[in-house]
Design a protein around this ligand. Structure first.
Ligand code: ZN
Ligand code: ZN
Ligand code: ZN
Length: 254
């Protein structure tokens, strides 16, 4: 199984539009891993390419990362940075499965997000806590706390359990805790370093989560310009075992 972090920025990406903070100024000047486009992850599962989220940058992300095959798209929630690139799939040559929770799909239809992909994307309704079985692997979507209904994903493939916690707050449900216990890999959205209110998990909280739930490895993604720049964040996490900071284009083989 391969996990490909196509984009790793939070809502505004880095550099953020019109922002003159040190992080954004450095990102414009130095480029490289300091630049983060909005978040999308491609999971290459046995016989199935699953894209998680379609940010506004999706067309560029697919081109830069050389992605030519997608079988299914899973959308986590209705925020702009996660769904606004879906319309680009009106031009995708092959049809795709569109996996998401039923009420989320209804909301996106009301907002017109799915209008342009009626012909190319077939909605497959997911239920939180109910396994979606494929041949050789399965997915379990689960609800997390956020400002709007939001769903993470537990992926069971090749004797591994990978948890993608999406835009969860630090206030985890008992269900999410239990599901995450002992995971081989936990991928978390950490826009902020040690703040972020109740809407998001931050880096400090995520590392605490990893340690209390006996998680083997963790990757931080969905990082915003108020967080530390990539090099400083990498230096900080190096004191913890098996914690990695994602960057645009990172691939992990499991
Ligand atoms: Zn987000
Ligand atoms: Zn900035
Ligand atoms: Zn969000």
């Amino acid at each position: 199984m391969r996990i490909h972090f196509l984009g790793t920025g939070a809502a505004e990406g880095i550099p953020a539009i019109n922002c003159q903070c040190n992080h954004c100024v450095r990102a414009r000047a130095e480029g490289g891993k300091l630049v983060r486009r909005r978040s999308a992850i491609l999971f290459s599962l046995p016989g199935y390419e699953l894209l998680v989220d379609t940010p506004p940058d999706i067309k560029t992300l697919l081109r830069l990362n050389g992605v030519q095959a997608i079988d299914g798209i899973f959308l986590t929630h209705e925020h702009y940075d996660h769904v606004s690139g879906l319309a680009e799939f009106a031009y995708w040559e092959c049809k795709v499965d569109l996996l998401m929770e039923r009420n989320l799909y209804d909301r996106l239809q009301q907002q017109g997000v799915t209008t342009r992909v009626q012909e190319t994307a077939f909605h497959m309704a997911c239920r939180p806590g109910v396994a979606l079985r494929f041949d050789g692997f399965f997915l379990v979507p689960f609800a997390v706390r956020h400002t709007v209904p939001c769903f993470g994903l537990a992926i069971y493939a090749e004797d591994r359990k990978i948890i993608f916690a999406a835009d969860t707050s630090a206030e985890l449900t008992h269900y999410a805790r239990r599901l995450t216990q002992g995971a081989d890999l936990l991928i978390v959205n950490t826009p902020f370093f040690d703040e972020g209110g109740n809407d998001h998990l931050n880096v400090v909280g995520a590392i605490r989560w990893k340690e209390t739930l006996d998680i083997k490895g963790m990757v931080l993604t969905h990082i915003n310009h108020h967080n530390l720049p990539h090099d400083d964040l990498e230096r900080y996490v190096s004191r913890f075992e098996n914690v990695q900071v994602a960057y645009d284009g990172l691939t992990i083989e499991m």
